[in-house]
Design a protein around this ligand. Structure first.
Ligand code: ATP
Ligand code: MG
Length: 297
């Protein structure tokens, strides 16, 4: 399966341009969409699930324009909106049964088996009789994930799926998705949590202010930051100076002042030691370079 996004732009009523000429290829597996608040991630996802139409450009799924095949595309897609809420007064299992019916699962017997299966995989089986709107925030999120996956979609689009999940559930969710990612499925997840992407996605894109600023593998992005990550012990005075020059990633108090990690060129006048780059460093490095490039800093 292949998704092609071609010259996609979107302006909201009033003229604000939330997406600006996006071109992106997505193939089977897990795709991570990373970017700061307001980058346009949710907007892009809403277009991909045909809830919104682009101002320009198009999205093709296996060569078919989704704008012209809305009905067909909707049966293929499982979607978790960022602001997913329950408006209905239903028990958790009833809600999933309802979602399965909406997604076209007509056999009640099959539905009920699938509902139990999904409740198990998101760890909500013991809460199946609790009203959906009375679940805790994280549990609601998990029920939202379950409704997106219930009808075996071949395209899974989940907007900030791990928000509000505790660490154990986060790992469970990642494993659930990576299991699905092995079959003929495309999973697109948005996040601003870099760790969610490094551990699961084989493809990723970085979005900033409506523009695509990186597309590739997480490893390639990390390689770009190689040689630009440093550790140093510095005095409070040096710290004040340094923070105006480079992005500081971490600061720990040490005997002489601060032990810091930062990305960028090695600054003069400071004894700094190289550190292996990870995806978080790479993200900061890339964003910083782009901003500099555009003279926005
Ligand atoms: N309905 C709307 N009308 C006008 N502007 C909007 C609307 N929805 C979103 N925007 C604007 O479009 C831009 C992109 O918003 P979007 O929700 O797609 O970002 P995001 O990357 O999902 O951010 P976050 O990480 O905070 O969820 C933002 O500047 C936002 O204010
Ligand atoms: Mg969003």
């Amino acid at each position: 399966m292949q998704i092609e996004i071609q010259n996609l732009s979107l302006s909201y009523p009033g003229g604000f341009k939330a997406l600006d000429d996006i071109n992106l290829s997505i193939s089977d597996g897990m795709f991570g969409l990373l970017g700061p608040n307001g980058a346009g991630k949710s907007t892009l996802m809403r277009i991909m699930v045909t809830l919104m139409q682009p101002s320009m450009g198009r999205v093709l799924v296996d060569g078919k324009d989704i704008g012209k095949h809305r009905k067909e595309i909707r049966t293929m897609v499982g979607y978790l909106p960022q602001d997913f809420r329950f408006f209905t007064k239903l028990k958790s299992w009833e809600f999933l049964d309802y979602a399965a019916r909406l997604a076209g699962m007509n056999s009640r017997k099959e539905r009920l088996i699938r509902v139990d299966e999904m409740l198990e995989s998101v760890g909500l089986f013991e809460f199946r009789n609790r009203m959906a709107n009375k679940l805790s925030g994280g549990m609601k999120r998990r029920l939202g994930i379950a409704q997106a996956l219930i009808a075996h979609p071949s395209i899974i689009i989940v907007d900030e799926p791990t928000t509000g999940l505790d660490p154990e559930e986060r790992i469970r969710f990642r494993n659930l998705l990576s299991d699905l990612g092995r079959s003929e499925t495309i999973i697109i997840l948005s996040t601003h949590i870099v760790g969610d992407i490094s551990s699961t996605c084989n493809q990723m894109a970085l979005l900033n202010e409506g523009s695509l600023i990186y597309q590739g593998t997480p490893d390639q992005l990390v390689q770009q930051a190689s040689g630009f990550v440093w550790r140093a012990e510095i005095t409070p005075e040096q710290y004040e100076n340094l923070k105006t020059e480079v992005p500081i990633i971490s600061t720990i108090p040490s005997s002489g002042g601060w032990e810091v990690q930062f990305v960028g060129e090695r600054p003069a006048g400071i004894e700094a030691f190289p550190v292996d780059a990870n995806l978080e460093h790479a993200y900061v490095h890339h964003m910083d370079n782009k901003l500099e490039h555009w003279n926005l800093k």
